[in-house]
Write a protein that binds this ligand. Structure first.
Ligand code: GLU
Length: 544
């Protein structure tokens, strides 16, 4: 083993001891059974729906148990670091109502800092500790040598890694290592794996129950190149130290980390830590024809979280949906109830849930339909301010009209129309209410008038313009009759040959002139919300 003085000389003299960190980040005072979970993204700049799903599950498990959910940004990989990524994660999680209790940008919390790049001293203390216990060693192998080893391992179908005859520094004489360190040779610090020939390891995963797999036999790197001005730890090492010192009790993360769990358990043991519990979430899947595949960041736009934000799915609906992906029983209960119910790991399947946008649409439609006009207006405005400024300024200028417009789809005593599944549909469904967004009414020859002769369309529009919208309902029959259409549907059904058609053909003229579409909320309610002046203006434009 290396001499203590040699080890100490590798580190700043005033570096704290692990015990100092233990004291500083003491155990949390939480009720029994409270889980401390974390979401620990690497800042590549983008948050994917799989990450949001993990964050939603981890946060729910903490919150429902009276625990704490932490956001920790794992930015020890300089080449992948993106400026402002922590801010971006916080913004995105916040936008979906998944803000952490601790960490992220605000960084507040007594167990921080929460950016790994700001925790270097903590890691160094623990690397030194492992060197002192001979559970780590300096490795001087250069890139070429490692590349050659990897080639040999591939050719011989041996596992890749630093072990056995490919691990010369593991057995380097301490004097030799000391000499090379003193000479300033570049090195990394490696973990001394407990076994040269590992067998199988068994551990518990809260979703899969008992997992048995090949144990780790690779002396992984703990601290990256000493040539860097500030050598940083690897993810494997840093996250073990962090999970321990942040007093994380339950690691919820993607299944891609399941195969690294044996080395993480070895690191916890070497450092004398009690490991957390683990729950590895199966990846989200996408149906492709009759088969399923993993959702792809490259191929599927819905893999990106920005997609949900810019399309304007209400955050509460997305949250409900993500919880439903975790526990299918939460998918079908009404929203408020589903958001209040517990997510259960024992309700999860080890196979990946299918990301199914039509299901999200229907939840989202239900959710929007459950809002009062005032709530809807407020949430829509928040979205529009960010993603559709023109709409936002129209909504802000015409709040009363906006509320009246929305109310047409929510008639009193009747169920609300489920006609909005995301805020970006609002323009299409309700934009016509606003003169600035409506543009000119369709001209009389337009198909939307149902093939009526332009002259007839003009005359019908003029008839409607002459009557106050409050009287339309009563006068529709008379207007229809004047142009050869039946005064009501029953009369038309009774003798269809006698009439040019049912009265709805006539009403459709007013509908298209006012809304630009052949389908709309109740026509009379629309006309009332628009107000007499605007109704007359639009109809007169068509009547010519
Ligand atoms: N930083 C890792 C990632 O990017 C987190 C893995 C973990 O949660 O332990 O996914």
């Amino acid at each position: 083993m290396l001499d203590l003085s040699v080890i100490n000389a590798m580190f700043p003299p005033d570096l704290p001891e692990p015990a100092d960190w233990e004291r500083r980040f003491g155990p949390r005072a939480l009720p029994d059974g409270a889980e401390v979970t974390r979401f620990a993204p690497s800042p590549t700049g983008h948050l994917h729906i799989g990450g949001l799903y993990t964050a939603a599950v981890a946060r729910a498990l903490a919150r429902q148990s009276g625990g704490v959910h932490v956001l920790r940004v794992e930015d020890t990989d300089r080449s992948r670091r993106v400026a402002g990524a922590a801010e971006e994660f916080s913004r995105l999680l916040g936008a979906f109502g998944l803000a952490p209790d601790e960490g992220g940008v605000a960084g507040d919390g007594a167990w921080g800092p929460y950016l790994q790049s700001e925790r270097r001293e903590i890691y160094l203390s623990h690397v030194r500790e492992l060197l002192r216990r001979d559970r780590a060693y300096p490795c001087f192998c250069g890139k070429e040598l490692l590349a050659r080893s990897a080639e040999e391992q591939r050719a011989g179908r041996s596992p890749l890694g630093y072990y056995g005859r490919w691990a010369p520094c593991r057995t380097l004489a301490p004097e030799e290592a000391a000499r090379r360190l003193a000479a300033g040779e570049p090195y990394v610090v490696r973990f001394r794996c407990p076994y040269e020939f590992p067998g199988r390891v068994r551990f518990t995963d809260r979703i899969r129950a008992s997992v048995t797999m090949q144990d780790n036999g690779n002396d992984i790197v703990l601290l990256k190149s000493s040539q860097e001005e500030l050598p940083l730890p690897t993810y494997h090492f840093a996250h073990v130290v962090d999970d321990h010192l942040m007093r994380v009790t339950l690691v919820v993360r993607g299944e891609e980390w399941l195969s690294s769990t044996p080395v993480h358990l070895q690191l916890h043991a070497a450092l004398g830590f009690e490991p957390p519990a683990y729950a590895h979430l199966a990846p989200l899947m996408k149906a492709e024809g009759p088969s399923r595949r993993k959702l792809s960041k490259r191929k599927d736009p819905e893999a990106s979280v920005d997609y949900y934000l810019s399309a304007g799915y209400p955050p509460a609906a997305v949250q409900h949906y993500l919880r439903g992906l975790a526990n299918i029983r939460l998918m079908d209960v009404p929203t408020a109830e589903a958001l209040a119910a517990d997510v259960r790991l024992d309700g999860m399947r080890p196979s990946g849930p299918l990301l199914d946008l039509p299901k999200l649409h229907s939840l989202s439609r239900e959710f929007i339909a459950s809002l009062t006009p005032g709530e809807l207006y407020a949430q829509l405005l928040v979205w529009a301010e960010e993603y559709d400024p023109e709409l936002a300024s129209v909504l802000a200028r015409h709040e009363e009209l906006a509320l009246a417009a929305v109310a047409t789809g929510r008639p009193e005593g009747a169920p609300a129309r489920k006609d909005l599944e995301r805020w970006s549909c609002f323009r299409d469904r309700y934009g016509f209410f606003f003169a600035e967004l409506f543009g000119p009414a369709p001209a009389p020859g337009d198909d939307r008038y149902g093939g009526l002769a332009p002259e007839l369309v003009r005359r019908i529009a003029a008839d409607f313009a002459a009557v106050s919208p409050d009287e339309w309902y009563a006068k529709l029959g008379a207007i229809a009759g004047r142009h050869g259409y039946a005064p009501d549907t029953a009369t038309w059904r009774g003798d269809p040959d006698r009439w040019a058609g049912p009265p709805r053909v006539v009403a459709n003229v007013a509908r298209v002139a006012l809304t630009g579409a052949t389908r709309s909320p109740d026509l009379f309610a629309v006309a009332r919300a628009l107000g007499r002046d605007e109704v007359v203006r639009r109809l007169t434009a068509v009547a010519g």
